[in-house]
Design a binder for this molecule. Structure first.
Ligand code: ADP
Ligand code: ADP
Length: 227
């Protein structure tokens, strides 16, 4: 479903962020990219939706080289969630989520109904839809970010440290929610974290990166060598 073939990313200043990465992410799984800061996790993730272009090698989504696809079209099938939920501050929570279906031509009423369903799906009370993002906690904002990423029903979800900014108790709740959601939705999720415990909890497959952008291990959590 997502395949990295010998992918290298060298930034203009010469930094090799990702060094000959080859791996396949299976459809319908949560695959976690884990490793210390600066080991190339975010760079790898962003090459999937072409926020970053590979220097050499190929990234394929559904067998198609992403370099040959229009970014806007590619991204329609790829939801993206980051650490700071990145919500529009002047729009209500409901309208933040409804924006995506509105942009794809749904009527306002239909888009808002869909947005309400999504808020429920991510475990937010429907009344929260009327609030503005600043009136939500960090964890609640992340739930809205996930709801918005799911609004276009993309088969792929890229998540970059989505739960790192919230406190440990809330984080555990969000992790449990994600597992529950995934059991229901069966997305192909690539999840970036620096936290090995989070990787083991969430990942069906875990890719361990090391500094210099090399893949050190790629295995099911139970098979990882915890050195
Ligand atoms: P991670 O997500 O694992 O923290 P990144 O993919 O963000 O790692 O970064 C990998 C390496 O590439 C790091 O050494 C980082 O400093 C470097 N890097 C990231 N973005 C740029 C950039 N735009 N220009 C130069 N170097 C960069
Ligand atoms: P309504 O449902 O009442 O039509 P909209 O969400 O469409 O509300 O927005 C109403 C007005 O506010 C529009 O003119 C829109 O362009 C503007 N607007 C909405 N969100 C923002 C924003 N984040 N920044 C600036 N203007 C905004």
């Amino acid at each position: 479903m997502i395949e990295f073939r010998d992918v290298t990313k060298r930034y203009p200043d010469g930094t090799v962020a990702v060094d000959e990465l080859s791996l396949s992410v299976e459809a319908g799984t949560i695959t976690v990219f884990v490793g210390p800061s600066g080991c190339g996790k975010t760079t790898s993730l962003r090459m999937v939706n072409r926020m970053i272009e590979a220097t050499s090698g190929q990234v394929l989504v559904d067998g198609q080289d992403v370099a040959k696809q229009k970014p806007a079209q590619l991204r329609r099938g790829i939801g993206y969630v980051i650490q700071q939920a990145g919500l529009f501050p002047h729009r209500t929570v409901l309208d933040n989520v409804a924006t995506v279906p509105l942009l794809s031509g749904w009527s306002k009423a239909k888009a808002r109904t869909r947005a309400s369903e999504l808020l429920e799906l991510v475990g937010l009370p429907v009344e929260f839809g009327k609030r503005y993002p600043a009136q939500l906690s960090g964890g609640q904002q992340q739930r809205v970010g996930v709801a918005r990423a799911l609004a276009a029903d993309p088969p792929i979800l890229l998540m970059d440290e989505p739960f790192s900014a919230v406190d440990p108790v809330v984080r555990e709740g969000l992790q449990d929610e994600l597992l529950r959601l995934q059991a229901e939705l069966d997305k192909t999720i690539v999840f970036v974290t620096h936290d090995i415990d989070e990787a083991i909890k969430l990942g069906e497959k875990v890719a361990v990166f090391r500094v210099g952008g090399k893949l050190a291990q790629y295995a099911e959590p139970a098979e990882l060598l915890r050195a």
